[in-house]
Design a protein around this ligand. Sequence first.
Ligand code: GTP
Ligand code: MG
Length: 166
Amino acid sequence: MTTPSAGDLRNFAIVGHASSGKTTLSEGMLACAGVIGRMGNIAQGSTVSDYHVSEKHHKISTQTSLLHCTWMGKKLNILDTPGYLDFISEALAAVRVADFALVVVHAQHGIGVGTERVWKERALRRSVGRRARTLRAESVSVERADQSGAELQPGARRLAQRSGDV
Ligand SMILES: Nc1nc2c(ncn2[C@@H]2O[C@H](COP(=O)(O)OP(=O)(O)OP(=O)(O)O)[C@@H](O)[C@H]2O)c(=O)[nH]1
Ligand SMILES: [Mg+2]
């Protein structure tokens, strides 16, 4: 693979509350981009991102994983961060180096405290303007919408209300 130019790089952190679906989403990205032939899953401990023995055993992410793929001519550097508060330092460090954050929200549970902590960190960075030149946008992805009880519309509205300051 040729070295991509700076303009063709997209460095982003996937953040959100615990078990909102971040690792599954990043696994899907790798599958869609053809990096892997089929998606691994959390239950079998077969995802690319949760490779550590402890992550496979507990079925949660405990560290930030750096994943790569190419999509529509852009090289994506994906930082899949843990959502559990015990490991929040991993997520806070990731948003500091990422150009933008992709915030994953559980369709049933909505925004969790883990999401808010990382979101505030992001807002702080923005207000002091230290990364103003590299910050492009924040994106939100609502996951686990296939499960019963998922309320996409109200969830999205609450999210918009709560995140208006960011
Ligand atoms: N039904 C359904 N289950 C999902 C979906 N996305 C993730 N899950 C399940 O939700 C659980 C947590 O998914 P993860 O991808 O590990 O979530 P995470 O946000 O990476 O979790 P942490 O990194 O530990 O905070 C696993 O059992 C997944 O199989 C989805 O879209 N639909
Ligand atoms: Mg994870």
